[in-house]
Design a protein around this ligand. Structure first.
Ligand SMILES: NC(=O)c1ccc[n+]([C@@H]2O[C@H](COP(=O)([O-])OP(=O)(O)OC[C@H]3O[C@@H](n4cnc5c(N)ncnc54)[C@H](OP(=O)(O)O)[C@@H]3O)[C@@H](O)[C@H]2O)c1
Length: 286
């Protein structure tokens, strides 16, 4: 790595810039019109969304869901080649998706990437901060590097994108959805670094929500419980069965269930919700 990468649009012509009227559609339309947009399912038509960690797991499901709702999606992974397939699938739903690559922990490169997205995609309306890592270890064995890297990717990465995109989102009355974790609320043995990073994301969410509310930018968090992705794939069957027993709904969640909650907050239904944490965990944190 060393610079932010864009691989250009996956297919379709360059999308036109939309008018300032359209940009404010979800706050300025009467309820009946927003309801019509919601009813046809494409309530993010003419919006540009940026999703980090879009190569797989939850981020991929979120990118595809937003594209299904009509958004042109900037799909960001750590390497541009990792995001190409998601961008291709997004473009099958709404033309004009593009893959990008950046280390979300790198402030200067994230700033450069957000500028590129704005220029190449004609604006930015929805930012989903989803990229995340774990480096689980009991506190006595956790190294400084384990702590610093998890904070750098999960918390500072989220701050980096908000900082780089805030001005644009203020102009578009945009949305920010940060993917946190129930562990940021409950804590978890072996995840002091990860829980601290996700608790930080929740505080960041509430603070930025207060700062940007005056510009009609809604900022919320989704806190998933145990979701079936690469991140949880290494957990052995015995532990997995124990976790399932501790979930009131008695099953592991699917990435799509986080994607649906994220699209809800990013769409017209989320217009009067800000600073909140939507817990999607099958009751795990109860
Ligand atoms: N799975 C769960 O049970 C669960 C529960 C609660 C919260 N979450 C949160 O949900 C989010 C997604 O989790 P997941 O389970 O879908 O994880 P995953 O399958 O491991 O995917 C992680 C994603 O983050 C990207 N990423 C990691 N480090 C990055 C970096 N430094 N710069 C740019 N991109 C980076 C990866 O890109 P590459 O492919 O390029 O590496 C990948 O797209 C995370 O924030 C996670 O903490 C997950």
């Amino acid at each position: 790595m060393g610079q932010a990468h864009s691989a250009g649009p996956v297919e379709g012509p360059a999308a036109p810039r939309y008018s300032s009227l359209r940009r404010h559609a979800w706050i300025s339309l009467p309820l009946s019109d927003t309801t019509t947009e919601a009813a046809n399912g494409r309530f993010l038509e003419d919006k540009v969304a940026l999703v980090t960690g879009a190569s797989r797991g939850i981020g991929r499901a979120v990118a595809l869901e937003l594209a299904s709702r009509g958004a042109r999606v900037a799909c960001v992974a750590s390497l541009v080649e990792n995001a190409v397939d998601t961008a291709r699938l997004c473009s099958e739903r709404t033309e004009g998706a593009r893959p990008y690559g950046v280390d979300v922990a790198d402030t200067a490169l994230v700033d450069q990437l957000v500028r590129e997205v704005r220029k190449e995609m004609g604006g930015l309306d929805v930012l989903v901060n989803n990229a995340g890592i774990t480096r689980d270890q009991l506190i006595l064995r956790m190294t400084e590097d384990d702590f610093d890297r998890v904070i750098a990717v999960n918390l500072k990465g989220t701050w980096n994108f908000i900082k780089a995109a805030a001005r644009t989102l203020m102009k578009s009355s945009g949305r920010i959805v940060n993917i946190a974790s129930v562990v940021g609320i409950t804590g978890n043995a072996g995840q002091a670094n990860y829980a601290a990073s996700k608790a930080g994301v929740l505080g960041l969410t509430r603070s930025v929500a207060k700062e940007l509310a005056g510009r009609n930018v809604c900022v919320n968090a989704v806190a998933p419980g145990f979701i079936d992705t690469d991140m949880t794939a290494a957990i052995d069957d015995t532990t997995r069965a124990e976790i399932v027993r501790s979930i009131p709904l008695e099953r592991i969640g699917a990435p799509q269930e986080i994607a649906t909650a994220t699209a809800f907050l990013a769409g017209p239904a989320g217009a009067y919700i800000t600073g909140q944490t939507l817990v999607v965990d099958g009751g795990l944190s109860l």
